[in-house]
Ligand binder design. Structure first.
Ligand SMILES: Cc1cc2nc3c(=O)[nH]c(=O)nc-3n(C[C@H](O)[C@H](O)[C@H](O)COP(=O)(O)OP(=O)(O)OC[C@H]3O[C@@H](n4cnc5c(N)ncnc54)[C@H](O)[C@@H]3O)c2cc1C
Length: 464
């Protein structure tokens, strides 16, 4: 079926108000389309992958030059958003802390070496600081002394990188409290509303249930929400993050994969010692582990970018993986296997954490493609349906600019991005990453079963 781009003034429905959906809504609103966003939750949606205390913004992308380029394009937008926040008396959404990529042994791994090479070739060499000796890492970053002494002996710092985060709500110049969800998403949500985007949210009226079709079945006529109301549109964009794969047939192109995330609330002495720490990777392409500075609320997040977990809803007969989150399973923590992996890694990398309880844990979901590249393209069976998903766990950093690329695809404009993110076939559905950060050597375990049963609150306590 040949895709037909919208004409000026067309009504466009976007299903999903996360990073992809809102960024697209904003970009399309600047082009004077009539844009409507539907979300099954109030935005920011509590269990969306965009909703967290922080995410890494990096240009270090190994061999994935397009994503490196996209980060370089995103950075001025992040700084612009910080300016806007400042004018509104709000604290920044982007924190340029730099990112320190440590590796085990005496040689950087392929991912770090190719990242540095390409960052330099792209003219950002001034942002790279390569450490020649283990002692020089400790000198500049004494926070990582144990890691270095335990074998993480090589590293480089990229000073342009940092994190987007949930930050203090500042009113009248004073910190008044903390938000539970992503300020980045809130900032963009407000920008969308200021530009006339219409929102329909909530578990009935905002929740996509099915598409409605024109009689010839070649054209989507709109969507029906869970409250059985039909909403007509000229075009529909499906941007439901990790839920996307469960809403339409994607074959082996998309899969919801859960990743474990933990937080500590470190003691005061550590907070002092860890201040000014950058985002860090602990030999990420081999271990999958990376972490963040302690936020202003005293929380320190560590996450895993690895094979992850899958989950099947017993009410579905189609054997499609769906996200299982704390919204539907409020007592969920993280799988025991994931917990043990964190503890084993941290025992070497940051041994003081052995004495700390894990104060928060969660499984957060990727919409994975087998090759780690996004899937942003017309759905081939219909002439007016676009898919904007397949984030593969690395799209938050592009929140300010990915919508402009998606809008081009909606308008039928070809580019390197549209070609990289096109609808494509896979022989093998084994997950990988486009940049080499995800070293996957096994199949994902099923959440809640065997070694992947949820850890108890007792098991989250300090490893004594
Ligand atoms: C553990 C973890 C760590 C990550 N770390 C990083 C990082 O450091 N750096 C980085 O750049 N990226 C990171 N990411 C990836 C980033 O969070 C995602 O790429 C990004 O959030 C994807 O946005 P999205 O809009 O596709 O999905 P989401 O943010 O999940 O949004 C999907 C939206 O769709 C809505 N929805 C779902 N079903 C329906 C329905 N039926 N009807 C209506 N609405 C619906 C949901 O409520 C939600 O609001 C991480 C992700 C995870 C899980």
């Amino acid at each position: 079926m040949t895709y037909t781009p919208p004409t000026p003034g067309s009504k466009i429905i976007i299903v999903g108000g996360g990073a992809f959906g809102l960024s697209t809504a904003y970009a399309l609103s600047l082009k004077k389309y009539n844009v409507w966003v539907f979300d099954r939750n109030i935005i920011p949606s509590a269990d969306a992958s965009s909703t967290d205390i922080n995410k890494c913004v990096r240009m270090d992308y190994g061999e994935d030059l397009l994503s490196m380029q996209l980060t370089m394009e995103a950075l001025p937008h992040w700084h612009q958003w910080n300016k806007e926040r400042n004018e509104m008396g709000l604290s920044p959404v982007f924190h340029q802390t730099g990112s320190l990529l440590l590796c085990k042994g005496n040689k950087l791994s392929d991912y770090e070496r190719s990242s540095m090479k390409h960052v330099r070739e792209a003219g950002y060499g001034h942002t790279i600081q390569e450490f020649q000796t283990p002692e020089s890492i400790i000198k500049q970053f004494p926070q990582f002394k144990d890691a270095v002494n335990n074998g993480y002996r090589t590293a480089y710092l990229n000073t342009a990188a940092g994190l987007s985060s949930v930050v203090a709500i500042v009113v009248d110049g004073k910190e008044r409290g903390w938000c539970d969800s992503s300020e980045t998403i809130k900032h963009l949500y407000k920008k969308c509303m200021d530009h006339g985007v219409q929102f329909v949210t909530g578990s009935d009226r905002g929740a996509f249930e099915k598409f409605i079709f024109k009689n010839d079945q070649q054209e989507v006529q709109g969507i029906q929400t869970r409250d059985q109301i039909k909403h007509l549109a000229d075009h529909v964009i499906l941007a439901a993050g990790p839920w996307t794969a469960s809403l339409l047939d994607f074959g082996n192109r998309l899969q919801a994969t859960g990743q474990a995330v933990i937080q500590f609330t470190p003691p005061k002495e550590f907070v002092e010692k860890f201040k000014n720490a950058p985002v860090y990777g602990g030999d990420i392409s081999r271990t999958g582990f990376y972490g963040f500075p302690i936020n202003a609320e005293g929380k320190m997040k560590i996450a895993s970018h690895s094979v992850g977990y899958v989950y099947y809803d017993s009410n579905r007969s189609d054997h499609i993986c769906v996200p299982r989150t704390q919204v539907s399973h409020e007592k969920d923590t993280i799988p025991l296997k994931g917990l043990n992996n964190f503890r084993d890694f941290l025992n070497e990398f940051m041994p003081e954490t052995n004495d700390w309880d894990i104060t928060y844990s969660r499984v957060c979901w990727y919409s994975d493609t087998p090759d780690g590249k996004f899937l942003i393209a017309p759905y081939p069976n219909y002439k007016n349906l676009i898919i904007a998903s397949g984030d593969s766990g690395h799209a938050m950093k592009f929140t300010p600019n990915i919508g402009f690329k998606i809008a081009q695809i909606v308008e039928g404009v070809e580019s390197d991005y549209s070609r990289a993110w096109a609808w494509r076939d896979y022989k093998d559905d084994a997950m990988s990453s486009s940049d080499g950060t995800r070293n996957i050597t096994s199949k994902p375990l099923t959440l809640g079963v065997g070694e992947a049963r949820m850890a108890s609150l007792d098991e989250l306590k300090a490893r004594k």
